[in-house]
Unconditional design. Structure first.
Lengths: 377, 671
């Protein structure tokens, strides 16, 4: 597992957290450190425990066992009102009968602030989220995206040390979602507030997070930066949950060799013993197409690792807008078909079409080896 | 991949959350309201139950007596009342059974007793448990008390208390009493069948036809809710009584008895059945009807395969609600029942007429059983009803059909005529000088001060009771529902609270009222000073109508985003601020509904309060009962109609206020 080394001090430290609902364990011995000012995403399929973890951090549903340290204090058993965080829910949870201004001001009252002070802060926040003129409207009069920004403004109004976002974008239209992703990330960077966001949308996590925590069945599978998680997934679950991944039955060779069918290929270093049954894995977009026959005349590219090339038949081509998705077949792959994404340029240049043969290269730096799961979940 | 099978929770203590101030306040509030329910419902019911198992008997061997000669010298044998009774055979064994207040003099054991005689008497208890009165002084010890004969006639034995089922044995061996079970069930079943059938077609016409005047019919159908259940009884007396306007229509049958009870019950339960069935019919899915048409099903077949199954939970629920209302109703059979005894009236007769509280308690226990059964089945059915609703259902829009629309219009007009007619008869009777001899109009019947029942004071007491009940009840019930719905953890406490909140609906008013006597009229109860005050009437009424209000509040609260409390806590704001600034304003329509429900019911209720009012706190609804009892039927009708107009007025004011408040505070509802 690759750890991010950040300069910032640790702000939130989760130690050996367990959560039981009856006999069901929603969190199993989860430990995690979050650095100050970081944007961390909990990513995983539904039921993986990510929301449970977030609610434990907020104190909304206490963990069964384990400690949570926030800043310098142990908040493990504190009620939400004695912790320091702001929270945004998927439903926004804006108070429907209060105007936008009053919604934002809700947390500023009873804190020894003067009226004019509160008004100034509300104006500032409305400008910050880009809705300066909407203060006297009611939530129902705003669009979903606008409501979510108000919820965000309300959550950060009191300058909390920690911002928690519980699937904040999943109730929105695709377009608004992409736009708001950017805005939230921008805002977080500006404020420098440590942020934890729960999401099941990998694209959201990849585009927003400084670090992604991938969870499954109540345990953390991997923690890392978006590129680390994508490029070097630590196991098959992470590899296949995030992005597309070809899984090919294979046998491990020596440290950076793997056997697929009859041929032995070079791959990333692994720790399996030679002869272990494994999966070789490569992402569709990492497969490089070459002209028919190696070093065919006119091919601009050079094959760097000739032992990693196969001549394969194009079984099917699917046009997906910005690229073609091709299903490739080769006898040494057995039943496993290879899915490859080729750019439109490459398809045109190589005049690919269904039924033709093509030489593809599986670059060693992108070919990974994973252990096979004992049973398929 | 991680193996998920053999990981288990490590040993060691589980994290215990620290309670925030809000948690403490909410739990405290919940405990206070739960205690309120325990004190005002569970404990009285327990007192009643234990009363039904208490038996009282005079123990004649408990006392020793000695009589002096004319000179006042005690020389004769010491005897006991038991020996005297055995010799004289004055009293049979059953004469010795009595109630908790039973008293029995001793002079009957001395045939030649004279209070002028110079003979002296000595009496003592054999054991420490024995008790007798001399005048109003209680004597408990075993030492002799010497009395002259004039004082001796004021000696009274007090009964011994024991526990057992002999009250029940007694009840079931008295045909006059247990026949009431059969009678009660019989009229409840008949009324249920008639009401549900009538209400079904009425609701069907309003929901599934294109007839005209639907708004008017809907309004008329709700009118009976605004009057006490005994008012239709008075109307029936005027219509079909011995000097009734149209008593010839009965062909000699008497309205006093099952016929009158059933007709009156249909009148006062009609709106309840109508609301439930109408709701069930309103949620039917148009797609099913389109499918039926496309499959060429006949309208008759469609009715039986689509309409009835769709409304079946509504029908079942309506049936049990009506059954429960009829079997627990007291006012109507009291007025029109004649010699036809039913359970609810038996309780009243036993308690008010014969002062036999134990037997009243026994009848109450008997009455509670069918009431609780009907209530439980209704709850079960209603919880299934919800599942029928699907978000994708398409609302059904009826298409005009001149022929059936006309039939429905005629039908609804007849039903409306029945309802309006009953009220009109009462109003007419109230304004007539003396039916049937002097038909000139006068307001004499409104001069309530000349009749029994409390006069105009009773009317204003009722309004006070209704206002107090509405205000206090709404606050307590809504706050209680909020606490139980929105607090964290404390699962056992919350489940218990929910149970307490559901219980009042299953308890008939008569039973609750009687239970209050046993509990609050006990001198050793510190709450005893409440007895006979307005406060106990308010408490009793709030408790009596707790469940429906609680359910209304819970339904409204469930529609609120459950993360409001989380957001408020994260912003470090007290939950009570959220409650007052967000929850109450958003739930205002439900709050207003609860208050008008409590107001109207407080105005019309008779059953619980009939045991609890004092001369100072006489009520209009009870006055109707008492004036009718005293033969002042016209003033009773007049008072009943006053209740009707007051409730109708309250409803109109409620409507205006709701509209006004909603317009001002709920601007946010419109986009």
């Amino acid at each position: 597992m690759t750890e991010v080394t950040a300069d910032a001090p640790i702000y939130l430290s989760i130690d050996n957290l367990w959560k039981a609902f009856g006999t069901f364990l929603a969190l199993k011995d989860v430990s995690l450190d979050i650095n100050e000012g970081q944007f961390v995403c909990f990513l995983g399929p539904s039921g993986c425990g990510k929301t449970t973890l977030l609610r434990a951090i907020a104190g909304l549903d206490l963990q069964t066992k384990g400690t949570i340290l926030q800043g310098d204090s142990n908040v493990s058993n504190l009620p939400p009102s004695e912790r320091d965080f702001g929270i945004v829910f998927q439903s926004y949870a804006l108070f429907p009968n209060l105007t936008i201004e009053k919604n934002i001001a809700f947390g500023l009252e009873n804190a020894g602030r003067s009226k004019s002070d509160i008004t100034a802060r509300v104006t500032e926040l409305l400008e910050l989220v880009g809705l300066p003129d909407q203060g006297d409207k009611y939530p129902a009069q705003l669009s979903g995206g606008q409501q979510q920004r108000i919820a965000l403004a309300r959550a950060i109004a009191t300058n909390p040390g920690l911002l928690l976002l519980d699937e904040p974008l999943s109730a929105l239209d695709a377009k608004v979602r992409v736009h708001l992703r950017h805005e939230i990330k921008e805002l977080q960077r500006k404020l420098g507030v440590t942020t934890v966001m729960v999401t099941h949308d990998q694209e959201e996590a990849l585009s927003m997070a400084d670090r992604i925590v991938v969870m499954n069945h109540g345990v953390i599978e991997q923690v890392g930066t978006p590129t680390e998680i994508y490029r070097f997934p630590s196991n098959l679950f992470v590899a296949s949950f995030i992005g597309e991944m070809n899984q090919i039955d294979a046998t491990a060779g020596k440290s950076s060799r793997v056997k697929i069918g009859g041929s032995e290929l070079q791959c990333l270093e692994h720790e399996f013993n030679p002869g272990d049954n494994v999966f070789a894995a490569i992402r569709p977009e990492d497969i490089i197409p070459h002209g028919q026959g190696a070093r065919s005349p006119g091919a601009p590219d050079v094959i760097e690792t000739p032992e990693n090339t196969f001549e394969m038949r194009v079984e099917e081509m699917e046009f997906l807008g910005s690229f073609w998705r091709c299903r490739l077949q080769h006898e040494s792959f057995g039943d496993n078909e290879l899915t490859a994404d080729f750019s439109i340029n490459a398809v045109r240049r190589l005049s690919l079409e269904q039924g033709r043969s093509i030489v593809v290269e599986l670059p060693p730096g992108r070919l990974m080896v994973f252990s096979k799961p004992e049973k398929v979940q | 991949m991680t193996d998920t099978t053999n990981i288990s929770l490590p040993e060691g203590p589980v994290i215990k959350g620290k309670l925030s101030r809000d948690d403490l306040i909410m739990r405290g509030g919940m405990i206070v309201i739960a205690l309120y329910l325990i004190v005002t419902m569970v404990m009285p019911l327990y007192a009643m139950l234990s009363k039904s198992f208490s038996t009282y008997k005079f123990e004649l061997s408990q006392y020793e007596l000695q009589i002096s000669d004319e000179e006042g010298v005690f020389s004769g044998d010491v005897t006991t009342p038991a020996k005297l009774n055995a010799a004289l055979n004055v009293l049979s064994d059953s004469d010795l059974s009595t109630g908790s207040d039973g008293r029995m003099g001793l002079t009957q054991f001395f045939p030649d007793f004279s209070f002028r005689s110079p003979v002296m008497y000595r009496i003592r208890n054999v054991s420490d448990t024995g008790r007798f009165l001399v005048g109003s002084n209680l004597h408990t010890g075993t030492e002799w008390t010497e009395l002259d004969s004039n004082t001796f006639r004021r000696v009274q034995m007090r009964p011994e208390k024991s526990r057992g089922i002999s009250n029940f044995v007694n009840y079931f061996s008295t045909p006059a009493l247990f026949n009431s079970i059969k009678n009660s069930l019989w009229i409840a079943v008949v009324s249920t069948i008639v009401t549900v059938s009538l209400a079904f077609w009425f609701a069907y016409a309003l929901n599934r036809s294109c007839m005209r005047f639907k708004g008017v019919f809907r309004l008329v159908a709700m009118a009976p809710i605004l009057v006490p259940s005994l008012l239709p009884g008075i109307a029936l007396v005027y219509l079909f009584g011995n000097q009734g306007m149209i008593n010839g229509l009965l062909f000699g049958a008497s309205i006093y008895g099952p016929i009158g009870i059933v007709i009156g019950s249909v009148f006062f339960t009609f709106p309840h059945a109508f609301i439930i069935i109408s709701t069930a019919l309103a949620i039917s899915d148009a797609r099913l009807y389109e499918a039926a048409v496309s499959l060429r099903a006949s309208p008759w077949r469609t009715f039986w395969t689509v309409t009835i199954p769709g409304a079946r939970y509504g029908l079942i629920s309506a049936a049990f609600v009506v059954f429960n209302l009829v079997i627990t109703d007291f006012g109507l059979p009291k007025v029109i029942g004649g010699q036809f005894n039913v359970l609810a009236v038996d309780i009243y007769k036993q308690v008010i007429g014969q002062q036999n509280f134990e037997m009243g308690a026994v009848v109450s226990v008997v009455l509670v059983i069918p009431a609780i059964l009907a209530f439980a089945i209704d709850r079960l059915v209603q919880s299934k009803q919800v599942a029928l609703l699907s978000a994708r259902s398409v609302p059904f829009h009826p298409t005009p059909n001149p022929k059936t629309d006309r039939i429905f219009l005629i039908y609804c007009t007849l039903v409306a005529f029945f309802i309006v007619g009953m009220l009109a008869v009462c109003q007419f009777a109230a304004l007539i000088k003396f039916w049937p001899y002097d038909l000139s109009f006068s307001l004499n019947n409104y001069d309530f001060s000349r009749m029994d029942g409390g006069g105009w004071t009773a009317y204003f007491n009722s309004i006070r009771l209704a206002l107090f009940t509405a205000v206090i009840g709404t606050c307590v019930i809504f706050f209680g529902a909020y606490l139980v719905e929105k607090s964290n953890g404390f699962t056992t406490g919350r489940t218990l609270f929910q149970m307490f909140a559901m219980l009042p609906m299953a308890i008939p008013g008569m039973v609750l009222g009687l239970a209050y006597i046993f509990f609050f009229n006990n001198p050793s109860n510190p709450l005893n000073p409440l007895y006979g005050t307005m406060a106990i009437l308010v408490i009793c009424t709030v408790t009596h109508f707790y469940t429906v209000s609680h359910l209304t509040a819970v339904t409204a609260l469930k529609q609120m985003d459950r993360e409001f409390e989380s957001v408020s806590a994260s912003l470090k704001q007290p939950t009570l601020k959220l409650f007052s600034r967000v929850t109450v304003p958003v739930c205002l329509p439900a709050v207003l509904d609860i208050s008008i429900y409590l107001f109207v019911n407080a105005m019309t209720t008779v059953s619980a309060v009939v045991f609890l009012y004092s001369p100072k706190t006489a009520l209009a609804s009870v006055a109707v009962l008492n004036m009718d009892d005293a033969g002042d039927i016209a003033p009773a009708a007049a008072m009943g109609m006053m209740i009707f107009y007051t409730n109708a007025g309250a409803r109109i004011i409620h409507l205006i206020i709701s509209r006004g408040i909603l317009r001002r505070t709920q601007a946010w509802r419109s986009r």
